[in-house]
Design a protein. Structure first.
Length: 351
């Protein structure tokens, strides 16, 4: 049992932005399961409120949910005035590396301005416990792996740059003298590549349109919804020529968020940690494991490299273990198995 699991979230009220998304929905489910009150906020630009019905079925309870954009200060004011919030977990952001290069202003406006508007409203309502969804993309193309938090920060994409700016804003905010009753306490979580789904098969990654991430594309090919997978780059300086990433099960990632939240609510200091397994897996290895574990076929072909992609990165997660008592428990087979269970549970997800 992790050390953080001794702390209770009973009767705490947490604002979760981007709550209907992939990571947000799984986090809301676990917060409710642990007795937390949740106020869910999302503008549904990349998600659907339908997921809330499934969350309530899994958690056995209802919760407040609001349709709003984090850049809408008036809407946030209304939410904060109607609920006594103890902390905020901030997921709401655009997240495609390649799309961010094409549409930099859209990403800067949504991810950076949205964070600033949210923080100003939280400040006015004395909410100073903040868990930030950051990303391993802040490291850019790392000099060495595994990547520790002390590595040089050099985002190569606009998306990564927005996360780096967000971390800098929060670091300065936490270091500033308290203007109100207490100092900000912030957890910046640099996570690597979330995959998999809730073990129930009731919620999972549900991209709108063509998936930007590998696992949902693999699942759609296996389900016959797409003819084949394009692997972007087969000539990287890696063991099999395909990109190497640190894939982490969504449930492990959620536990990392709850560990950070409990740390802050217990009065713990601000921190920045990696959330990853510490193991590198190539794109080809993931596809082959998915095929083997689930008994399916996934035809693929190689395509040109995508702008912004780096050859390999995987985490040194020792700091999260040291400070939060957290570590990933699921392996790649678990990730592939749970992802496919989610795909198979949705009738519209098959040809």
């Amino acid at each position: 049992m992790n050390a953080w699991s001794q702390t209770t979230l009973d009767h705490r009220t947490v604002l979760v932005t981007g709550a209907a998304g992939y990571i947000g929905s799984h986090t809301v489910t676990e917060l409710l399961r642990q007795g937390c009150r949740v106020v869910a906020l999302d503008n549904y630009c990349n998600s659907s409120p339908e997921v809330y019905r499934r969350i309530e079925g899994l958690a056995g309870t209802t919760f407040a949910h609001v349709e709003a954009d984090v850049r809408d200060g008036a809407a946030l004011e209304k939410v904060l005035s109607n609920h006594d919030i103890d902390a905020c977990i901030h997921f709401a952001a655009l997240k495609s590396v390649s799309d961010s290069i094409i549409h930099p202003l859209r990403y800067l406006d949504n991810n950076v301005r949205g964070l600033l508007v949210l923080l100003r409203v939280l400040q006015r309502y004395h909410v100073h416990r903040f868990v930030f969804s950051s990303s391993a993309t802040v490291y850019g193309d790392p000099v060495r792996v595994p990547v520790a938090e002390s590595a040089v920060l050099n985002a190569t994409s606009v998306y990564g740059a927005t996360k780096l700016m967000g971390e800098d804003i929060l670091r300065r905010l936490a270091a500033a003298p308290a203007e109100l009753e207490e100092t900000w306490r912030v957890a910046a979580l640099r996570y690597f590549n979330p995959v998999g789904a809730h073990p129930s098969g009731q919620i999972g990654e549900e991209p709108l349109g063509i998936p930007n991430n590998l696992m949902p594309y693999v699942m759609q090919v296996a389900a016959g919804l797409r003819p084949k997978l394009s692997i972007f780059g087969g000539d990287y300086p890696t063991p099999d020529g395909t990109c190497v990433r640190d894939y982490i099960h969504i449930q492990d990632l959620v536990e990392g968020h709850l560990a950070a939240l409990k740390h802050l609510l217990d009065g713990g200091a601000s921190l920045t940690v990696n959330l990853g397994t510490g193991r590198g897996t190539s794109v080809r290895q993931l596809v082959e494991t998915f095929v083997q574990v689930n008994g399916v076929t996934v035809p693929y072909e190689f395509a040109a490299r995508r702008p912004g992609d780096v050859a390999q990165y995987f985490a040194d997660p020792s700091r999260a273990r040291e400070l939060l008592g957290w570590q990933a428990r699921h392996d790649l087979a678990d990730m592939c198995r749970d992802a496919w269970r989610w795909q198979c549970s949705q009738p519209q997800n098959h040809a």
